[in-house]
Write a protein that binds this ligand. Structure first.
Ligand SMILES: Cc1cc2nc3c(=O)[nH]c(=O)nc-3n(C[C@H](O)[C@H](O)[C@H](O)COP(=O)(O)OP(=O)(O)OC[C@H]3O[C@@H](n4cnc5c(N)ncnc54)[C@H](O)[C@@H]3O)c2cc1C
Length: 430
């Protein structure tokens, strides 16, 4: 392994994989450091649990603190995510001096993005959609990053990490980058950014119990909405406890008598109400996850009703707040967030009632989109500029931590486009 690269990318989620892949296509020598494992996805609960969940501070003790879920593995959270593709808010980025349209067009040309064909829409998603439409709501199929020809009906494994290759993950880009000469080290945790006269010149990382150093012309942090702020702090380049967003979610559930299901692609259809800061989708999850929700709120009577229970995801666009410490995250709902959940869950209950569901209950909230701690153009203490450059020369950030706050959308497609744009723009510097 060479001691010097054109670029070191820390983290291999959508942002890191996209920028690595684009740089590799331009012929750059790239090293990707990923703290998680690159073991093949098996689609099992045991593997999924090992890839990760992070409790928010106090998450198990009071209901306003978020349980934050993220994937620590080659491919980052894309290994576990629900594969919903939402278009980036192009006008919002344009106002920040970022034209994302060309990179987005490249993503659309290269990636499997589209609605599921009707036969892959499960009976639960279908029932919820019918109920929402008959209530006059703009519910529709969502774009997914799934290859329909490989996807199976009656399958839930995408939630644990699709073992069939039907669900797109950032590993697809990494595999191609590897063929173009990119070195990808898994189980390699970056400990700090190396500086020389105030410029980022490399990374110190831990692998197999030993510390190593590696150097490059540029360092790109892509450790995700929690990982990159932590690494900046560990390198003495950002204050501790930067506020962030998480797009928290509640599942509202109710049983029907005439469906025997429980195994289908989640978030097949839904609707967004941007003015209200709310979005909704069907959310059929595997039985152990459903049972965890029921247990969490003491609904032992619903434990064995998984195959008959319709579930609606209510997601809010939350206010930035809380903080990210070296070993903890703290994201507690604020009054406006609670009010949004009150309105969103009331609407979900109306849809379930229209669908004929009874015994309705809801989970506590949890979240899977930590981000915006280094928000582009925010002027915050560690914000990046429109080229995703940090205040430290030679150091860039390309992951959910640069998203502008508040957010409220599935972020993956935006991060892929940001990674492509950064990869192209870095050609001028390398
Ligand atoms: C259950 C779930 C469902 C989701 N569903 C959707 C969805 O349907 N649609 C959507 O768009 N989004 C969804 N998301 C969110 C989406 O997957 C994330 O927003 C996205 O993956 C974030 O990408 P990222 O580039 O910020 O990095 P991440 O995916 O967070 O990856 C960062 C990687 O960096 C690594 N890392 C961190 N620190 C270090 C370090 N110091 N050294 C080395 N490596 C490090 C981590 O191990 C991780 O692998 C979901 C997320 C989850 C958890």
């Amino acid at each position: 392994m060479p001691a010097r690269y054109d670029a070191i990318v820390v983290g291999s989620g959508p942002g890191g994989a996209s920028v690595s892949h684009t740089l590799a296509r331009h012929g750059q020598r790239v090293l990707v450091l990923e703290q998680g494992s690159g073991a093949p996805l098996r689609g099992t609960l045991a593997q999924m649990a090992g890839i990760g969940a992070i409790p928010g501070k106090g998450a198990f003790f009071h209901r306003d603190a978020s349980l934050l879920v993220r994937g620590l593995a080659t491919g980052g959270s894309s290994t576990l995510n629900f594969a919903t593709a939402a278009a980036p808010p192009l006008e919002r980025f344009a106002a920040l001096g970022i034209d994302l349209a060309p990179a987005l067009a490249e993503c659309h040309a290269e990636l499997p993005i589209g609605q599921l064909p009707d036969e892959l829409l499960g009976p639960m998603a279908r029932r919820i959609m019918q109920a929402a439409l008959s209530s006059g709501l703009p519910w529709q199929k969502l774009d997914k990053m799934i290859r329909p020809a490989i996807c199976r009906t009656g399958c839930w494994r995408c939630v644990y990490g699709c073992p069939y290759g039907a669900k797109w993950t950032a590993r697809d880009l990494l595999d191609d980058a590897r063929l173009r000469g990119t070195h990808i080290l898994d189980n390699a945790q970056a400990m700090r950014v190396l500086l020389d006269q105030g410029r980022a010149v490399g990374v110190e990382y831990l692998r197999d119990g030993s510390l190593h150093t590696v150097h490059a012309s540029v360092v790109i942090l892509a450790g995700g909405g929690i990982g990159s702020p932590r690494l900046l702090h560990a390198s003495g380049l950002a204050p501790r406890s930067l506020p962030f967003i998480s797009d928290p979610v509640v599942a509202v559930m109710g049983a029907v008598d005439d469906i025997d299901g429980g195994a289908e692609v989640p978030m097949a259809a839904g609707m967004a109400l941007p003015e209200e800061g709310l979005s909704f989708a069907d959310l059929t999850l595997p039985r152990p996850m459903y049972q965890a929700f029921a247990l969490q709120v003491g609904r032992i009577d619903r434990l064995f009703a998984h195959r008959r229970t319709l579930s609606i995801m209510v997601k809010i666009r939350d206010l930035a707040g809380g903080g990210i410490g070296p070993r903890w995250v703290d994201k507690t709902l604020q009054a406006q967030d609670r009010e949004r959940f009150r309105r969103g869950t009331a609407l979900a209950r109306r849809i379930l009632s229209q669908a004929g569901a009874r015994h309705v209950f809801q989970s506590w909230h949890f979240a899977a989109h930590p981000g915006a701690a280094l928000a582009v153009g925010s002027g915050g203490p560690a914000a990046v500029d429109s080229d995703l450059r940090s205040a430290t020369p030679g150091l860039y950030v390309c992951d959910a931590s640069v998203l502008p706050a508040p957010w409220g959308l599935p972020p993956t497609l935006t991060l892929l486009a940001l990674g492509k744009r950064l990869g192209h723009r870095l050609q001028d510097f390398l």
